[in-house]
Design a binder for this molecule. Structure first.
Ligand code: ZN
Length: 305
């Protein structure tokens, strides 16, 4: 993707280096997290910090290292829990990835401002939070292991940039347009939130069985893929796509399909548990949005998927 030198979004919230690290090896990609309770406070009062400080000193005196006990901090004690990719990310690479993400976000703003306006809607741009390790959102606490996600409660997309290395290495989906597709998919969830799809899903799922909820979730996810395709359509129109970019996005959709993921991680497939769609479905719906650039083709609720 020919992204360098283009506008970068100012809707980036950088929260890297403010939380503890630690990952498990079974992350997912392309999630939405629906609010499950109240908003967590992320700040600590002076009094709390003081108390923690005192406890720290006491434990240190009796020979226990509290940082090791809490499983965090930048002590290096837990480096075994970090992935290969995480340790390889240099500051220069982080910088470039940050610029890339800010540029792709800006491109989604331009596209969705235009598309929504043509439908008579105002587009409230989402914020994108960069985090490392773990993060607190209005949808609860999350770790990098759960992959990038969108939280409708605070209208923010959350991503740990090390996911991109994971996408290339573990999910076998390399290339900048594969990364852009993941971001555009999460922004697609934001569009769904604005047009009422996510609130409706959140309301309906309370009276659904797990299987019904999974089936509905698949339709929600495929629509986000279709919306990512719409973004791709306009990006191609601007001449920003390079040879192989479309294939990168389609390959990413293929690699993070439920069936492909399950086959890779557990060796067999349980269709009732699918909640994002199969590889074929994800490719199909991305392609529909990409080919037409039209919102109407993304109606995954009134059409067979
Ligand atoms: Zn999703």
């Amino acid at each position: 993707m020919d992204w360098k030198g283009r506008r970068q979004s100012s809707n980036i919230e950088d929260r890297r280096g403010t939380s503890s690290r630690g990952r498990n090896p079974f992350g997912r990609s392309g999630g939405i997290r629906l609010p499950s309770g109240g908003i967590r406070r992320s700040g600590m009062s002076f009094k709390t910090i003081l108390i923690i400080g005192v406890i720290y000193l006491v434990l240190k005196l009796i020979g226990i290292d509290p940082l090791q006990m809490l499983g965090g901090g930048n002590t290096g004690a837990l480096t075994g829990g970090q992935s290969q990719a995480e340790r390889q990310v240099t500051p220069a690479r982080q910088d470039e990835m940050t610029q890339f993400v800010a540029t792709v976000l800006a491109e989604t703003e331009d596209v969705w401002n235009g598309v929504m306006k043509s439908q008579g809607f105002d587009y409230a741009e989402p914020k994108l939070v960069l985090f490392s390790g773990a993060v607190a959102s209005a949808c609860g606490n999350a770790s990098s292991a759960s992959g990038p996600f969108y939280c409708p409660g605070d209208q923010k997309v959350y991503i740990d940039l090390t996911f991109f290395d994971e996408l290339a290495q573990r999910f076998k989906a390399s290339g900048d347009f594969a990364q852009a597709y993941v971001l555009a998919h999460e922004v697609g969830h934001h569009v769904q939130n604005l047009i009422g799809v996510l609130p409706e899903f959140n309301r309906m799922r309370r009276s659904m069985s797990q299987t019904e909820e999974n089936q509905m979730s698949v339709r929600v996810e495929l629509q986000a893929d279709c919306f990512a395709g719409i973004w791709g359509h306009y990006t191609a129109q601007k001449g920003l796509l390079e040879r192989g970019d479309l294939e990168e996005a389609l390959n990413a959709a293929q690699q993070i399909g439920d069936d492909t993921l399950q086959r890779r991680t557990q060796g067999y497939v349980v269709p009732e548990s699918f909640n994002h769609g199969t590889s074929a479905q994800r490719k199909e719906w991305f392609a529909r949005g990409f080919e037409t650039g039209r919102l109407e083709v993304c109606d995954t609720f009134n059409n067979p998927v």
